[in-house]
Design a protein around this ligand. Structure first.
Ligand code: PLP
Length: 364
């Protein structure tokens, strides 16, 4: 069945990737054994793992100054782990609160006992991301935590903020693999779960500045982070310390190869801009209610409302009749959210925009 699927994550995989996974699933290496059964110490898996690590580095254009590893943790585990890897208990750290996930990251930072400076607070509306030039970052702060794309509220930094002497830590769970402008020289750490732009749930990527990864060997002793949870131990074990999530890494391999075959992240970024243009031109035509400042509009999550909750429901039902699925807003916000990550085709985006237009004309 041909559906147009706009889930916020786990998200749609491209048709080619879906087909490839189906074809290779049960006999992945041509020896009658599937990726789900093969030993992670086998030559075949080791090759797949090394290839995927190299592909990820290439795709995300990671410079030699940074190390990359695959983690079994999701972004939420990294909220607390990153604090322990980048600061000592008596250190100061800076945070921004720009939405549901960044709020949770802040809570973990406070729970760590460090002195947290909240340099930007977008509550209660979260409709803008502020002006980073005006933020007062204490000189002593070890890093500034930034959520690059706010998946729930539909906001995104057009330019990733950087600061003269203090590196940024970037939650790129809903944007890694979809934008090319990561300011590596000013970045201590990037983290992202795979299930939105470059794979499926069960694995995340950590990209950390080499000197900080080294330093974290001592820092993680202070908070006594379990060895298998430390980034350095996982990195040393070539991302196979404990039995790795073999199927998610296989799916990531397929997804990264697909991104490369399309022309790389720059093509993903171009397509994200095109999808966003289609949807926002409908939003800007009036009728749909939208409160995000123009300069902070997300290119991945389109969040809006209709004039009443009843009409939101009607919109969702009418959409479903047209094969348009998973557009219900986040549980605490209501309304509509259509998410368009790398796996959502331009055709699906155009069908959604066309549906918005028809709906507006008929019921607006
Ligand atoms: N950060 C952002 C920006 C997200 O969008 C999400 C999930 O949607 C998370 C963190 C949490 O990710 P996980 O479910 O992998 O912990």
């Amino acid at each position: 069945m041909n559906v147009h699927y706009f889930s916020p994550g786990p998200a749609r995989l491209p048709e080619e990737v879906r087909n490839q996974i189906k074809e290779e699933l049960l006999d992945t290496f041509g020896m009658g054994v599937s990726i789900m059964e093969i030993s992670h110490r086998s030559k075949q898996y080791e090759q797949l793992s090394q290839e995927t690590l190299a592909l990820a580095r290439k795709t995300f254009q990671v410079p030699d100054t940074h190390s990359l590893l695959f983690s079994v943790c999701g972004a939420q585990q990294h909220f607390s782990l990153l604090t322990q890897h980048l600061s000592a208990p008596e250190d100061e750290i800076a945070y921004t609160n720009t939405g549901v996930w960044s709020h949770l990251a802040c809570e973990e930072a406070y729970a760590s006992g460090r002195k947290v400076h909240l340099v930007y607070d977008g509550r209660p509306n979260y409709s803008t991301l502020g002006n980073p030039k005006e933020w007062k970052i204490p000189k002593k702060a070890k890093y500034v935590h930034i959520t690059v794309n706010n998946t729930v509220y539909g906001t995104e930094y057009k330019e990733i903020p950087t600061f003269a002497d203090i590196p940024v830590v970037l939650d790129m769970t809903s944007s890694l693999g979809a934008r090319t402008d990561i300011p590596w020289e000013s970045t201590a750490l990037v983290y992202a779960s795979a299930q939105k732009n470059f794979g499926i749930a069960g694995v995340s990527v950590i990209i950390m500045r080499n000197d900080l990864l080294e330093k974290s060997r001592e820092l993680t002793k202070l908070d006594r982070v379990g060895k298998a949870l430390t980034y350095h131990a996982v990195f040393d074990a070539k991302s196979a310390l404990n039995t790795p999530p073999v199927f998610p890494i296989f799916a990531m391999n397929k997804m990264l190869n697909w991104i490369a075959s399309c022309g790389g992240v720059s093509t993903m970024e171009k397509w994200a801009n095109e999808k966003a243009k289609m949807v926002y031109s409908e939003i800007d035509a009036g009728f749909y209610l939208f409160n995000i400042d123009k300069s902070y509009r997300s290119r991945h999550n389109f969040v809006f409302k209709l004039p009443s909750a009843k009409q939101d429901e009607h919109f969702i039902q009418e959409a479903q009749k047209n094969g348009i699925l998973e557009i219900k807003g986040y549980k605490s916000l209501g309304g509509i959210r259509a998410s368009m990550y790398n796996g959502v085709s331009l055709e699906s985006a155009s069908i959604f925009a066309e549906f918005m237009r028809e709906y507006r004309k008929k019921f607006g």
